[in-house]
Design a protein around this ligand. Sequence first.
Ligand SMILES: N[C@@H](CCC(=O)N[C@@H](CS)C(=O)NCC(=O)O)C(=O)O
Length: 204
Amino acid sequence: MKLYSAHKAPGPRRALMALAEKGITDVEVVNLDLAAGDNLTDEFSRMNPMKKVPVLELDSGECIAEAGAIYRYLEEICPQPPLLGTGAEQKARIEMWDRRLEQYFLMPVGQCFQHSSGFFKDRMTPVADWGQECGRQAAAFLPVLEAQLQQHEFVAGEVFSVADITAVCTLEFARIISLRPGEEFPAIQRWHEQLKQRQGYLVL
Ligand SMILES: N[C@@H](CCC(=O)N[C@@H](CS)C(=O)NCC(=O)O)C(=O)O
């Protein structure tokens, strides 16, 4: 398998951390330079018409894009340790939190970064006001996460899951928009320190 990735990008880091948690090592990592537009070529578009990383290229030639789909594929080929949960309730709870994280945290952090920095201004039109609004939306998710972690060890309950991976990748990427939960979020801080001790914790 080959994983198309990019340094410091939160999406590929989600896939890399899932691989590490599962102990899957037979993967060649290909780092693209997003700023240089390595992901905009015709060759890469054939792998993912959305022109985004991560993409997991299987030995069959099939290309799996979207971090959530990569989580699913890895869980199917390597069920242990489970990262998508066991049993109907736990699986649904993990998926609920992973979707919440993608939609209400990762997406606004990414949009705030792109619209405030102009990092991708060669391929999109940055709208500064939208960037600010997305920054507010991302910040509004922190109390939701704090309340959940006040009550539970991990984001989706008492077991480590992909929701923790998505959350930590987003939280650490959010530094780029100066969003850092401080002492007013003690449960997030406790959980974050705990995650840093895991063997699957990777810094890109
Ligand atoms: N929904 C996609 C989002 C992927 C995404 O936005 N990837 C970013 C890096 S984290 C990217 O490739 N950006 C390059 C660009 O927009 O040109 C997923 O879950 O994988």
